[in-house]
Structures are given as structure tokens and as C-alpha cells.
Write a protein that binds this ligand. Sequence first.
Ligand code: GLY
Ligand code: MN
Length: 464
Amino acid sequence: MFAKETYIQRRRTLTTKLCTGIIFIPANNEMSFNYPANTYSFRQDSTFLYYFGIDNPGYAGVIDVDSGDNILFGNEVTMDDIIWSGELPSLTDTAASIGISKTIPMSDLVEYLQKAQSSGRKIHYLPPYRDDHKIFLNQTLAIPFAELKTNASEELIKGVVAMRSIKEAQEVEEIERITDVAYLMHTTSMRMAHPGRIEQEIAGTIEGIAIAHGRSVSFPVILSQNGQILHNHGHNNPLESGRLLVTDAGAESAMRYCSDITRTVPVGGKFSQQQKEIYEIALRANLEVIKSVKPGVFYKDIHLSACEIIATGLTDLGLMKGNPKEAVAAGAHALFMPHGLGHMLGLDVHDMENLGENYVGYDHTVQRSSQFGLAFLRLARKLETGFVLTDEPGIYFIPALIDLWKSEGKHTDFINYNKLEAYRTFGGIRIEDDLLVTEVGCKVLGKPIPKTVTEIETEMQKSV
Ligand code: GLY
Ligand code: MN
């Protein structure tokens, strides 16, 4: 937890961003997986953490915009709690640790909210993403389930997004520390990428590193020699010489800040000529992004420039043809890079995605495109000092997509389908770093993780 002044100041600032009413931010609850007492690993709601700092279930935070009152709803520690969980601070002490002097028992929360609602006060809540919160809001405020999302407070969403988008120095330090854990995860993956090893052995090992050095992974590990499947969570394959291994993995810190890094390496430690050629293109895109990121630039423009670098490289290799700029404008490059360049990173690996991607990555100056590929860009808006975001270009050969586009005669002006036959089993490449937007440019966070062909091949020689 940060110093209590951090939470006091954040709540005070949030209050200034709303006109009137009550801000209601519930903590997450424990969730069961196969019987009630066997719960998933607890994950606090990130916005609750941001404003109330407590990483335990059983709380709700309320800020009265009009009176300025801050209230922590929670339960007093019982003897049962102490028997099972050890000595715990009292509700009053917990509240004091985040600068709140007023506490109310959880059992009074429903009455409190209903009374406020019936006296005509606006209750601002964020779009709920867990069913228990949906049921609570539905039952307490009589909002139909289908309307819970549209009834969420846009004023509150915008206020939270404005604040959480700009990372404080202490937050950046946390993210940087946990990116160093990603360094350990990725160099371990590189060293373990031998033919015959099952993907699962590496995935399990690097998840263990995240747990041993942080709190957990920041999202389920993506580790596969079928890297053309963008979010491949299957880890059953024995590694084969000549394939590429994509590892997209990060850790979550004790304070729940995230890292998110991707590296792609040749199984066995040596890139083939074909792999090197494609890899160098993706790397060029990743490096050019680092050079371009600075305040005032639209990330959408940086995404499009990265796509142009990819289209130019593929044109040079004969896989694409025509003018790369026109190819990107037409969306032809999306056959090879169907996803967006990156997203915000913070207390969530896709930071604040639960608040609505368009609120986080778009604003009135930039609308989401409906074009395949560009439509998946999560962050498009103008960059500001203090943003932390990912830079993750990729090049993939997805046989089913190639076959579909070819059968539809799609973008034949820009794609040499015949040349793609030699790449059907290539897989995919993604290279991802975490960047802090500074006043003059950007900083790549964390200890540098091998990224050039030579760096990767050298790291892989330290085989384990
Ligand atoms: N690292 C997974 C993603 O960004 O979607
Ligand atoms: Mn990412």
C-alpha cells in the first residue's frame, strides 16, 4: 500500500471531477471454483485499489461528492477470522490506514444506498464485470440487468480514466520493478526453449517465477510454438527444432501493478534465414515505435506507421506488393498483423478495460475504425506524459485467414498469395515492450530483455 496521503489525495481529486451525488466503488469478493470454500486466487478490483488501497475482500468505498465524506463499509474482525486468518486490524484501523475516519458495517450498505437513491441522489457506479456485483446493484438499486452497463456513470468513468491514465512516479517504480520480474521470466523461457521440451514445462516455470518474485502472473501465460494463434493458452506441444516460440507473459506486483512482455525465439537457439528476415521487420517496427512515442502524438498514427514498416518489409520480401502506405490504408497488412499496436498498462494488464475500451483508448478526437485489424486497436488517442503503454507489433501467418482471403480474392493488389505457401507453418512473431511516455519521448521500462537476433541467440546459449 502507498502512504495514506496518496489515497486521500486521489479521492479528493476524483471528487472534483464530479458535480454531485455519491460515488460507490465496491471491493471484489472471493469467488468459488468447485465448492464454496475453495476460492480462486483473490484479485481486488483495480479501481477500488487505486482509491482505497485495501487488497482484501469484504469492503466497499463511498465518496459523497457534495459533503466530501469518505466512508469505508466493512465488517469488524470476528474470532472466526482470527482463528482462520490470524490477527487482523480492526475496521477502524484499516480505514485509518487509508485516511478514512468514518466506517459503517457492511450490513448497512443496502439501506445507505437505497436511502440516498430514494432521496433523489445520483449514485455513480462503474460498469460491473462480476456477477455478484451485478446482482447486488440490480437488487439494491432496482436497475434491470440489461441496463446496468448503460446506467453506469459516464462522469465517474471519465474521472477515473483521466486519473489512472497518468501514472504517478511511485506507480511507475512499481511497474518497472515488476518488469524486471518479466526479464527473469523471459530469459528463463529463452534458455529453456530446447527441442523436445513441452511448452507446459516452460509456462509452469515462468509462472512460478512470477509467483516467487511478485504476486502472480498478470494474465494467463501465452507460450506456444503456434504463435500465429494470438492468445494461445494451450501448452501441450513438444518443442520442435525449426519452430518459433512466442512467449507473451508478465507478472503482477505485490501492489498489483502489471508487466506485459513478449519475445519470440527460435526453438534450439538459432534463427533460420526465413525467420530472421521476418523477425527483423517486426523488430524494426518495435524500435521505430520507441523512437516515435512522445506526448502529443496519436497512438493510432504510431500504429499505422508500424503497420507501414511491416508492409514495407513484407513488400521487400515479395510477400506483399504495391505501395505499402496504400496497402495499410486498405487494411491489407492486417492479414499479417490483425491486432492493435498496444494498450495502456497499470493496475490491469489491459488497464481499465472494464471501464470501456473506448473511454480509455479513444476520445472525441479519434473514433474507433471498423476496418479489420485497426478495429482492434485498444489505444488510439493522443499520448500524454505519464501514460504507460505497450508496444507490441507482430507478424503472423495464419493459414485459415490466408486461405479465406485468398478464396475471397481479397487485397490481391497488395498480397502475393502464391509466395505465402512457403510460410504456412511459419507461426508468428510478436515483440512487446512496456513504455513510459516522458516529457520528451519515452522510456522502455525494466531491465533490457534480449531482443535483437544476436542478443536472443546469445541468451539461448545459456541453456538450462
Ligand atoms: N499480452 C496479452 C495482450 O496484450 O493481449
Ligand atoms: Mn500486451
